[in-house]
Design a protein around this ligand. Structure first.
Ligand SMILES: [Zn+2]
Length: 279
């Protein structure tokens, strides 16, 4: 694959956690999966994309009430114009991290959650970068053949769309505990959530970012034992939750790709195997 590895600049991320997320996102940007999307599906100019990606500034920011009214909850966002050069990550993550960093009673779980959030933010950066890359080409809205640029990247890497899984089951805030990163895959009858294993995937991605081979070898675990969970997508006005007796499926599926079809037109599309472990 001739397309270069696009890379964010760590020094343009304005918080320590964001720098860590940049470090991880940059490793995903080295994978053939993303290079294939950038060159074949998005048909990007490598020079322009390389230079602009290096100049992206990454901040935590509070979501405005207006944006919340118009589009619902957003974990991250970027401006919809051609010269946009910043990615904003919802400030609620920063508040949550502050709580976790101060927590003394359950240090191990706090560390685990900090790593989960850090890795999840790196996925948000990739999602937003997908939008920026097309905007820099003058395409402000994702073309219909790509559908949703950020989700296209998620499908190329993970075979489905990313979801954040929180507990307890009430509106997302700094008090919500981030328990899993999940991948929602469309099945013949509805969709199904696959939970990324912390020990076998997230922590490895976090701790050994020099080794990219493990980045695309997904490892899953069983569904959460908690009853009151909330499953949110990157930008979501519909709060979806599992009921106690409900199946591991979501009723509302919007813009989900059929995973048997290659939605992004990339040769490297893959559907990862599920490894189930009981915990
Ligand atoms: Zn998006």
């Amino acid at each position: 694959m001739n397309f270069p590895s696009l890379q964010f600049s760590e020094n343009l991320a304005t918080h320590k956690i964001l720098k860590n997320s940049v470090r991880i996102a940059n490793k995903f940007l080295e994978t053939v999966h993303l290079k294939a999307v950038f060159s074949e599906t998005f048909q990007l100019d490598p020079n322009v994309s390389t230079e602009r990606t290096q100049n992206v500034v990454i901040h935590f920011q509070k979501q405005s009430k207006k944006s919340y009214r118009e589009q619902g909850l957003a974990f991250s966002w970027s401006h919809r114009y051609k010269r946009a050069k910043a990615i904003y990550v919802n400030n609620t993550f920063k508040k949550r991290l502050n709580i976790l960093q101060k927590s003394t009673d359950d240090e191990l779980n706090a560390k685990k959650e900090i790593k989960t959030i850090t890795v999840y933010i790196s996925f948000l950066l990739l999602h937003e970068l997908a939008h920026l890359l097309l905007r820099w080409k003058g395409i402000l809205d994702t073309p219909t053949d790509i559908d949703e640029a950020g989700e296209c990247l998620e499908v190329a890497l993970f075979g489905g769309q990313l979801r954040g899984v929180f507990t307890p089951n009430k509106p997302w805030s700094q008090n919500s505990k981030f328990i899993y990163i999940a991948i929602e895959k469309l099945k013949r009858h509805g969709s199904e959530l696959y939970y990324l294993s912390f020990e076998d995937y997230i922590e490895k991605v976090y701790d050994w970012p020099q080794n990219t081979s493990g980045f695309v070898r997904l490892q899953f675990c069983g569904k959460p034992s908690q009853k009151e969970i909330i499953v949110l997508k990157q930008s979501d006005e519909v709060v979806q939750s599992e009921t106690e007796e409900g199946p591991n499926q979501l009723n509302v599926v919007r813009r989900l790709f059929n995973i048997d079809v290659n939605p992004c037109g990339t040769k490297f599309f893959r559907s990862p195997k599920a490894y189930c472990r009981s915990e």
